[in-house]
Design a protein. Structure first.
Length: 130
């Protein structure tokens, strides 16, 4: 499955051919290659990563720290840290993110809303000497 391994801990999978209805709650990493009809929500107290494979589909709300999408999402997404929408992915829903990457060839229909960070913004200042 395509995605990064930024989180430690358990890896959970909803494999190709599997279909889940209802709210899915997880901690660690969840890989979806099947279909989820319902919300997918990560434990907010832990680092979490949701990876939706090229044949994966989620029809419902997503809330996780890091989200990587290669498949289809129909519903709102909240990525507290990072959202990667890869080439060939399709997203139909509003997106809230802190860091966003959309690759060429991905389709996104919905509003993009950055999450306000409490971190101090980095400013680059040129050092000029005369």
């Amino acid at each position: 499955m395509l995605g990064s391994t930024r989180t430690s801990g358990q890896v959970h999978r909803i494999g190709a051919g599997a279909s889940v209805e209802g709210t899915v709650r997880f901690s660690g990493r969840l890989e979806v290659d099947g279909v989820v009809t319902g919300a997918v929500i990560a434990d907010p107290a832990e680092a979490s990563e949701l990876v939706i494979g090229a044949k994966g589909r989620v029809q419902g709300q997503i809330d996780a720290a890091m989200v990587v999408i290669s498949g289809v999402v129909e519903g709102p997404i909240r990525a507290g840290l990072r959202l990667d929408i890869l080439a060939g992915a399709r997203v139909d829903g509003d997106i809230s993110y802190q860091d966003l990457q959309i690759q060429h060839g991905a389709v996104v229909e919905g509003a993009l809303r950055p999450i306000e960070s409490e971190q101090v913004a980095l400013k680059l200042v040129a050092n000029s000497r005369t």
